[in-house]
Design a protein around this ligand. Structure first.
Ligand SMILES: Cc1cc2nc3c(=O)[nH]c(=O)nc-3n(C[C@H](O)[C@H](O)[C@H](O)COP(=O)(O)OP(=O)(O)OC[C@H]3O[C@@H](n4cnc5c(N)ncnc54)[C@H](O)[C@@H]3O)c2cc1C
Ligand code: SF4
Length: 330
């Protein structure tokens, strides 16, 4: 175990200064990802952990058309919020499909966005070839065991999955991420927050070192929209997704007039399926339309032998969630 300093500031500006000024410092929220990587797996190094648990960044504030969710709100708190249940049912479903109740009581929304990949090679320091952990070293997963890996946004340099469930409906909804750095505040659309693996798998998102997520602003579903989150996994609880899909539709007299679709379990980032949304919008709510949307969503996948099965599984996941949300008979 490596030694590190532990500090617990009371104010946001102080926390931001502490991490920004020190390249070896990192934030600690619920610790469910960070402590594993630092203490158990030994794959990240931080000389100073800045515990943000005392900062006033917890709670949910309703607005007219959105919810402001503090970064330190836990997954369980967000799932239990009555407005989330009423106006964002697929967000609640995604939260409750993640981890376990014990973990969800610790895990925060900010930490969920910034959780690291579950790629077993990334989390095993005995494996030398991992471009994400050690840039330029190669990728052990491409020729190794790669069942829980990505087929979209992936490249020969890295096929690591972004494993969040929550981020799937959040990216479908055009959620904004609000951050605070030493230069002030800014907000970033979640659709532009993550970077596909490309040539630099070690760079996962647009945050500068020390920038702190303060809250996310989640648009509410429009009146009349129905939504659902479907997670396909090897066992029915406490397991990451093989594939998942978050869908929201508004249907008038059999025609889809508004559609949102995003995918999890298949991509290096929470994946917004815009081409599929184009196929859906204005089309009849039928099985044929849903299959056409699925084909549009899973275009040009990058597969290795272990992940090839996900191409068809992801398409079937999409068709199934769209059928469930629209109430179309099987
Ligand atoms: C066994 C297990 C099963 C899991 N299953 C699922 C699952 O099925 N679905 C799912 O979606 N997730 C799952 N998770 C992931 C879990 O949701 C995340 O670990 C959790 O949300 C991270 O939140 P945290 O508060 O514990 O973050 P921490 O572990 O404290 O931090 C995670 C990262 O985020 C950074 N960070 C945290 N908060 C902020 C902030 N406000 N601003 C800037 N940086 C910040 C930290 O520096 C660190 O790099 C699982 C985790 C475990 C351990
Ligand atoms: S998939 Fe990415 S994280 Fe996993 S071994 Fe390859 S480079 Fe590393």
């Amino acid at each position: 175990m490596t030694a590190f300093e532990y500090v617990r500031p009371d104010d946001v500006a102080g926390a931001v200064t502490m991490v920004s000024a020190d390249p070896a410092a990192a934030y600690l929220a619920g610790g469910t990802t960070q402590l594993d990587l630092l203490l158990k797996d030994g794959v990240v190094r931080s000389d100073r952990l800045v515990d943000i648990g005392r900062l006033p960044l917890r709670g949910i504030t309703p607005g007219d058309e959105s919810l402001r969710v503090g970064a330190l709100t836990t997954m369980e708190e967000m799932a239990a919020d009555p407005l989330v249940a009423r106006r964002l049912p697929f967000v609640r479903e995604a939260l409750l499909a993640g981890a376990s109740p014990q973990l969800r009581n610790m895990a925060t929304i900010g930490g969920n966005l910034l959780q690291r990949t579950r790629c077993r090679y990334f989390r095993d320091p005995a494996v030398a070839a991992c471009n994400k952990r050690s840039p330029g070293s190669g990728c052990a997963a491409v020729s190794g065991l790669a069942r829980m890996h990505a087929i979209l946004g992936a490249s020969p340099n890295c096929i690591a999955l972004h494993a969040s469930d929550l981020c799937v409906p959040l990216v479908a909804l055009d959620t904004d991420v609000h951050v605070r750095g030493t230069d002030g505040r800014r907000d970033v659309p979640l659709t532009e927050f993550y970077l596909p693996s490309g040539d630099r798998p070690e760079v996962e998102h647009v945050l500068a070192h020390g920038e702190l997520i303060t809250h996310v602003e989640v648009p509410l579903l429009p009146a009349g929209a129905r939504s659902g989150y479907l997670k396909v996994r090897d066992r029915s609880s406490y397991e990451f997704a093989l594939t998942s899909a978050a869908a929201a539709l508004r249907i008038e007299e059999g025609t889809i007039v508004w559609a949102r679709l995003a995918l999890g379990g298949v991509a290096t980032i929470p994946w917004r399926a815009r081409e599929a949304e184009t196929v859906l919008t204005g089309a009849p709510a039928t099985r044929e339309t849903f299959r056409a949307a699925a084909e549009a969503a899973i275009r040009d996948p990058f597969t290795v032998p272990g992940t090839a099965f996900k191409v068809e599984l992801a398409k079937r996941t999409i068709v199934r969630v769209l059928r469930d949300v629209s109430g179309t008979p099987r």
